[in-house]
Write a protein that binds this ligand. Sequence first.
Ligand SMILES: Nc1ncnc2c1ncn2[C@@H]1O[C@H](COP(=O)(O)OP(=O)(O)OP(=O)(O)O)[C@@H](O)[C@H]1O
Ligand SMILES: [Mg+2]
Length: 489
Amino acid sequence: MSLRNSLRPPRVGTARSRATRMLGIRGKLFVTSLALTLGVVAASFVVLELGLSDYLRERMSLSPAQIADVLERTRYFLILVGVAGIGIAFLMSALASFWASRELVALVQSAAGIGLGSIRRFEESSTDEISALAGSFNRLSERLERSVAELARERDRFGAILSHMAEAVIALDTSDRVQLANRAAVDLLEVGWVEPGQPVLELVRAPAFAELLPRVREHGRASAELSVGKTASRQVIARAASLGERGIVIVMLDVTEMRRLEAVRRDFVANVSHELRTPISIIRANAETLLDGALTDPERGPGFAHAIVRSSERLGRIVADLLDLSRIEAGSVSLTRRPLVLAEVVGRVVDSLQLQARARAMTLTHDVPEELEPICDEGALEQVLTNLVENALKYTPEGGHVHVVAAAEDGHVRLDVSDDGPGIEARHRQRIFERFYRVDPGRSRDMGGTGLGLSIVKHLLEELGGSIEVLDNEPQGSVFRVRLPRHVS
Ligand SMILES: Nc1ncnc2c1ncn2[C@@H]1O[C@H](COP(=O)(O)OP(=O)(O)OP(=O)(O)O)[C@@H](O)[C@H]1O
Ligand SMILES: [Mg+2]
């Protein structure tokens, strides 16, 4: 017998059994008592009609008038008995059904309660069949309760795992409608919420995704890389598995950051190669010229040699800056954070760059309150300041002004290095902190710049718990704003 057949409810098809079921306990008792009473009364009538008059005439020697009177009285008596019997049957059925059905009704109510979700114990008061039924019922409901609790625990555990997963999970039915989507999926797809039953192709519109679904059905498993989100800004790897008649489950892994880092690494390698190629080719060309005879030329010879020295210095600077950067990024630079008197550090850096400023007829001033104490590494702060002031001196035309000013701000010290140079256009502002990014590459290179200065500054400040941003200076120029944690004594 198949499982399906074994689960089929018993057949209850005949009209009689249907009628019997419809009567209920009360009705059955009433009908039984009534039938019994009427049966007795009917039998009495038959006996009365068939035998009693002959018996009275033959054995008791009564006159016909007396016999008629006795029969008449007996009939009345039987009718009375019949009516009383009906009354008693009614009463008995009411009483019996009240006793018998009280516990059954409670059982029925409990069972109905289970259907509505409440599970309660039935009292096993006596030892009769109903009580045995109640016992089975209680055991059944306890088992049901345990199963329901276990299922609820399973569901909660499953729900908690799903909602805390970093990967997006989407379950589809066989017609590609969403049955379930976890929090990560909603966030990744940037849809706000997912309606159960919503076609998944409304949520993920990438053509690669539409191609993925038939492939999963065909091969059981398939994966694809696609762009999702409102502006298709998130890059994901979607892995789908077919669950046969239960649909498809898809797991999406956000690889946006990974792909961005891969692009940064590719760009970085390309940039480093490009930066190194220029001085190396200069060195090579000048060395070849020297070897070709310029070595003995007292007029042109030193010029080629100087070019080689300049380019090798540049190579040295690039390598040193790159090493600095990678050490800062790897966290292998030992930084000692302690409260520093900012005015002293700024004074020292500004003094060391005054000569450079004067050489370009520039004014370099500072205004830092004595009491300001950022928590920072002294060497790192000097390096940051030197980079920023050197940039300001380098990129501001001759005769310009560079000013260093500081103030307390919330739990921070704010340090501004401002100039009245050409300023930096908004489109370059975020990018100038990237490695090798320059607004005017040719000009910066001519000035000996590697394009790594601001990148080193940013990384150092991040390591020190600070930050940097660039703003417009009024009426012209730029302001490099540094924030450092402030020491409060
Ligand atoms: N004060 C400033 N005014 C205008 N442009 C600036 C200023 N500071 C930086 N820049 C722009 O930002 C770019 C990046 O600066 P960064 O200090 O990183 O590199 P660099 O000065 O070219 O080289 P390096 O500092 O490594 O010698 C510069 O090439 C320049 O175009
Ligand atoms: Mg610089």
